[in-house]
Write a protein that binds this ligand. Structure first.
Ligand SMILES: [Fe+2]
Ligand SMILES: [Fe+2]
Length: 277
């Protein structure tokens, strides 16, 4: 069994952690600013060659089989639109942070993270003080602790399977669970404190002293993703805390069902995007 200190040392040694969030932050700002132009987005992307290459590749994969129809970043940005570019950039940023190269093994895991991000942004629409972008990013990053474990035990896909005893198994193998490991990673990456809290408490929202809205949104989305379209990678367990969050947000069964239908529309797009990544 590893010690928590081992996990912290591993995270401390990760390279690139302080630079990537800067690029992510800039892309979030541009996609969020109605006054920004395609040119602004193109500029940021073109400064990161691997991101630029991926954006063009994903745009071509979305051309309904007409490979090569998108030749440069500008066309890709026009073709994919702001929101998709943001999603690709964020997904790439996290992979780069961790230096994960086994993308194929991680597709189901990414789909889970992407679903939680989409649901989180829908939940945020109901919370006045919470921006949908903040919720989306926290949702996308909520399980990065599981990626830390996957990197520490390469090829052991068990760490990506969301069984009911996942957290106990993690503590048994790594000395801490993915929520704690993910929050250390988020701290090291200098993510905003609210994101650190959301990652830390996404399985125990009532333990958070601060950032109640964001923590609740992520915790609820984590469990809803498993309820809507269950996958082996889903790790949310429904408890009375989630009933309380639904009540607090004034969400009825019809509201929840509405989210499931909206997520269904996005699912196909997400699958296609992930295949190209
Ligand atoms: Fe989780
Ligand atoms: Fe999760």
């Amino acid at each position: 069994m590893m010690e928590p200190a081992h996990i912290r040392t591993y995270i401390d040694r990760l390279q690139k952690l302080s630079t990537i969030p800067g690029v992510l932050q800039r892309i979030m700002e541009i996609t969020d600013d109605p006054g920004s132009s395609f040119e602004d987005l193109r500029n940021v992307i073109s400064h990161d060659p691997s991101l630029a290459e991926r954006v063009v590749r994903v745009a071509n994969a979305s051309c309904f089989g007409h490979s090569g129809c998108v030749g440069d970043i500008e066309q890709a940005v026009m073709f994919l639109g702001y929101e998709h570019i943001r999603d690709i950039a964020l997904g790439m940023g996290v992979l780069q942070m961790l230096g994960v190269h086994q993308a194929k093994n991680l597709r189901g895991f990414w789909l889970h993270c992407y679903e939680v991000a989409l649901i989180s942004s829908m939940v945020a629409e109901r919370i006045t003080m919470l921006s949908t972008e903040t919720a989306f990013l926290a949702g996308l990053l909520h399980d990065t602790g599981r990626l830390v474990f996957f990197n520490l035990a390469p090829g052991n896909c068990n760490v990506l399977y969301g069984t009911d005893d996942l957290m106990e198994r993690e503590v048994g193998a790594f000395g801490c669970d993915h929520a704690l490991a993910g929050s250390w990673l988020a701290e090291k990456a200098q993510l905003p404190a609210e994101h650190v809290a959301a990652i830390r408490y996404h399985h125990a929202p009532s333990q958070a002293d601060e950032y109640h809205d964001l923590v609740s949104a992520i915790a609820l989305s984590e469990t809803l993703s498993r309820r809507f379209y269950p996958k082996i990678e889903d790790d949310g367990i429904w408890t009375s805390e989630h009933d309380a969050i639904l009540l607090e947000l004034g969400m009825s069964n019809d509201d929840v069902d509405d989210m499931r239908i909206r997520l269904g529309y996005e699912e196909y797009e997400a699958q296609r995007m992930l295949e190209a990544m």
